[in-house]
Design a protein around this ligand. Structure first.
Ligand SMILES: Nc1c(C(=O)O)ncn1[C@@H]1O[C@H](COP(=O)(O)O)[C@@H](O)[C@H]1O
Length: 164
């Protein structure tokens, strides 16, 4: 699986409780990934450098999570054509609506695929990244099938427990 690397980027370590859910799914699927803090606002030079070198560093997909004025995913996308999946992190003040609106409404020409707010978004970002990789990697496709089957089994069992 050489060359299939996912970047999990976040604006702050305070996003880690959410973004680690993405990292955990990637680990479960055996997908190599690297977790990094880069802030468009606080580290603009590093952000541009990361974006511009993302493809040559071997990244196939970037998952970028941020909260509030969440410009990180969009600014990464501005600096690379590696696909960027944006995760709106939930905020205390505006419940993540601020993050969502900051990420979702990109101008035509610079795409960011935006997930739901928070935990489900981070989980789905990793699964969506895996689905992209699975287009050309049968091993990842098989792992996704196993993941889905386990999820279905768990849902069936939880439903059955109501009848006990
Ligand atoms: N939205 C951004 C960006 C950015 O978009 O560049 N950099 C940090 N942040 C966000 O600020 C929030 C508070 O960060 P701190 O907890 O470090 O103060 C985090 O959710 C982070 O993603």
């Amino acid at each position: 699986m050489i060359g299939l690397l996912v970047a999990v980027v976040m604006g702050s370590t305070s996003d880690w409780p959410v973004m680690k859910l993405a990292a955990n799914v990637l680990t479960e699927l055996d997908i190599p990934h690297k977790n990094t803090v880069i802030s468009a606002h606080r580290m603009p030079d590093e952000l541009a450098q990361f974006g511009k070198t993302a493809r040559s560093q071997g990244y196939s997909v970037i998952i970028a999570g941020a909260g509030g004025a969440a410009h990180l995913p969009g600014m990464l996308a501005a600096n690379t054509t590696v696909p960027v999946i944006g995760v709106p992190v939930k905020t205390r003040t505006l419940s993540g609506i601020d993050s969502l609106l900051s990420i979702v409404q990109m101008p035509a020409g610079v795409p960011v695929g935006t997930t739901a707010i928070g935990d489900a978004g981070a989980t789905n970002a990793a699964l969506y990244a895996a689905e992209m990789l699975a287009i050309t990697d049968a091993t990842v496709a098989a792992k996704l099938d196993t993941y889905r089957a386990a999820q279905t089994q768990k849902a069936r069992e939880s439903g059955a427990s109501l009848h006990e």
